[in-house]
Design a binder for this molecule. Structure first.
Ligand code: FPP
Length: 251
């Protein structure tokens, strides 16, 4: 584990990056933990533990480099179909990491949020999640969004239900539903959309992640497995992002 002092050491933006063209919001599909472990002859769970270190490094770098928000896919609505031992391991890992890192996250002014349906999560984890959201709500640093029991389609259905309920109650004219009204019911209502999506381990899919929000994101796929994702890999992703001309449908 990185020591407290090392974890809080300031890391400047690498010289090869244009400081003025950094993304405001980065989304990450942290993939490849299992393959990383398998390649080393280790159980998959060790890959997840190693993945936590990459996540800490990425968050710290994004925070130091002035990126406004980092949103990561920690557990999808589909991940419940994994073997029971792996699901239990992940739930325990989330809880222990949150418990251990909350003080550091507060020192770094990180504002934490969890996006997804938190109801089915173990009670102790849910309580810790609520505590971490509430105790960092007024922090002024990077927004760190952890998608947990999150699915893009389920999020969109939830928005449709919420809008329908408001309409039935007579609070919302269905004809007035536009993109802004719709987005105001997303888990990410208070965030700008991600500018950059990073997916590790070479898979070229978005896997039900932020289906609405990623509409105009630049996508960077790297073969690096998540536990090996480091400052060099993040810099590569940002160089790739800065090489793109974003047209948002224009010419
Ligand atoms: C995907 O790799 C990774 C996950 C489903 C879990 C990601 C979780 C972490 C990195 C821990 C995050 C911790 C906190 C506190 C938010 P995979 O298992 O699908 O890898 P594979 O495709 O190689 O099998």
């Amino acid at each position: 584990m990185i020591s407290t002092d090392k974890a809080r050491e300031f890391c400047p933006i690498p010289k090869e990056l244009d400081h003025k063209r950094m993304p405001d919001h980065i989304a990450v599909i942290m993939d490849g933990n299992g393959r990383w472990a398998k390649a080393k002859g280790l159980p998959r769970t060790i890959g997840h533990t190693a993945g936590v270190e990459s996540l800490k490094t990425t968050l710290h770098l994004c925070s130091n480099w002035g990126i406004g928000a980092l949103t990561v896919y920690a557990f999808s609505t589909e991940n419940w179909s994994r073997p029971c031992e792996e699901v239990n391991f992940l739930m325990t890992l989330f809880e222990s990491v949150l418990q251990r890192e909350l003080t550091n996250l507060k020192l770094e002014e990180v504002k934490i949020n969890f996006l997804g349906d938190l109801d089915p999560l173990p009670t102790a984890l849910k309580e810790l999640i609520i505590e971490s959201i509430e105790s960092t709500a007024s922090n002024k640093g990077i927004h760190f969004n952890v998608c947990t029991n999150y699915g893009g389609r389920r999020e969109l259905v939830r928005v449709a239900q919420k809008l329908a309920e408001r309409s039935v109650r007579g609070e919302l004219d269905p004809l007035l539903i536009d993109e802004n009204v719709f987005a105001s019911e997303l888990f990410t209502a208070s965030e700008v959309d991600p500018d950059l999506l990073i997916r590790t381990s070479g898979e070229k899919r978005i896997s039900n992640f932020l289906l609405w929000q990623l509409a105009y994101a630049e996508i960077h796929v790297t073969d690096v497995l998540w536990p090996d994702f480091d400052a060099v890999a993040l810099t590569q992703a940002l160089l790739d992002y800065q090489s793109r001309r974003r047209r948002f449908g224009g010419v």
